[in-house]
Write a protein that binds this ligand. Structure first.
Ligand code: PBG
Length: 336
């Protein structure tokens, strides 16, 4: 609403918006949106049996970390004041159900445990999904018709959550878009005495082509089919609100919208409607767009990246999962 102040004209020439932009000091004074390192969450890929951290070609500047080098990244994240670290496993022990993520001594258990041992105070998020651990690449075991078996996945995801919690994860983040997954995880955690661990639901996760580079990075490209029977149709907005409402009823402590940039309207609606801690995932394809445009000399990476992250905050995000988290934190620290 435009404020109309008594008899004063609010029109030009009395009102000149440029007065608020005249100097850097005034612009800083009037800035509405803040971006701080604590708003940023760094996703990290951890590949087992890797000798050396390896660059991911589709994501310049991002690496697959070894089970040792992930600890170095975690310490960097802590030092930079990031809000949290999100861990993704790249398994070499894939099978039909993804057991490597459900057994003690498996990759999920080890990577969370290693980071926890090195960084007792760092907030650790564990991505809970099976696509990085199944040999077919889908987010749960398949039925005889070849679609993901929702209810069988629920039993498994509770086991996965307990493994991650026992290893020291603070926040469990289910990304598989199975119906009932938040309740299954909450029940599983509570039964094992982990009622203090939080759930960040990837509540509104779309069947997006912006995940392309991630699937290469995490080695979870599909052998067959797509994820449209469980992830959302990009054309739908109201459905996202229903997904979030259900996840909150099931016990989600925080919710997420994914991807980020093409879904800022969804982020805005969710934050306005539910007033929950709400996160946005600035996904691999969004990151790649900026990096490759910069490599081509078309955009300035640092500037467009900071502008992008600010737009998430302005649209209502409490935090942003972004591969640019360390780059952004460095820039923010230099400006202090
Ligand atoms: C796994 C998962 C995906 C991403 C995060 N968790 C891929 C997918 O659903 O296909 C994508 C993240 C990114 O693109 O950065 N369920």
């Amino acid at each position: 609403m435009i404020p109309t102040n008594n008899n004063h004209s609010v029109h030009f020439p009395r009102t000149r918006m440029r007065r608020g932009r005249r100097t850097a000091g005034i612009r800083t004074l009037l800035r509405e949106t803040t971006l701080e390192p604590r708003h940023l969450i760094l996703p990290v890929f951890v590949e087992e049996t890797l000798e050396e951290r390896t660059p991911i070609n589709a994501m310049p500047g991002v690496f697959r970390e070894t089970e040792t080098s992930v600890v170095t990244r975690a310490k960097e994240a802590e030092k930079a004041g990031l809000g949290a670290l999100m861990l993704f496993g790249v398994s070499h022990h894939k099978d039909h159900e993804g057991h490597d993520s459900m057994i003690s001594g498996g990759l999920l258990d080890r990577m969370v445990g290693n980071v926890r041992a090195a960084c007792p105070d760092l907030v650790i998020m564990a991505d809970l999904c099976f696509c990085e651990y199944t040999d077919h690449g889908h987010c749960g075991p398949l039925t005889s018709e070849g679609t993901v078996d929702n209810d069988a996945t629920l039993e498994n995801i509770a086991r996965q959550a307990i493994i991650a919690a026992r290893a020291g994860a603070d926040i469990l983040a289910p990304s598989g878009m199975m119906d009932g997954q938040v309740a299954a995880i909450r029940n599983g955690l509570d039964k094992e005495g982990f009622e203090d661990r939080a759930i960040l639901a990837y509540a509104a996760k779309y069947a997006s082509h912006f995940y392309g580079p991630f699937r290469d990075a995490a080695g979870c490209s599909l052998k067959k089919g797509d994820r449209k029977t469980y992830q959302m149709d990009p054309a739908n907005g109201d459905e996202a609100l229903r997904e979030v409402a259900l996840d909150i009823q099931e016990g989600a402590d925080m919710v997420m919208v994914k991807p980020g940039l093409p879904y800022l309207d969804i982020l805005w609606r969710i934050k306005q409607e539910f007033a929950m801690p709400t996160f946005a995932y600035n996904v691999s394809g969004e990151y790649a767009m900026l990096r490759f445009a910069a490599q081509a000399g078309v955009l300035d990476y640092e500037n467009v990246m900071m502008e992008t992250l600010t737009s998430f905050r302005r649209a209502g995000a409490d935090g942003i999962l972004t591969y640019s988290a360390l780059d952004a934190a460095k820039i923010l620290q230099n400006h202090l």
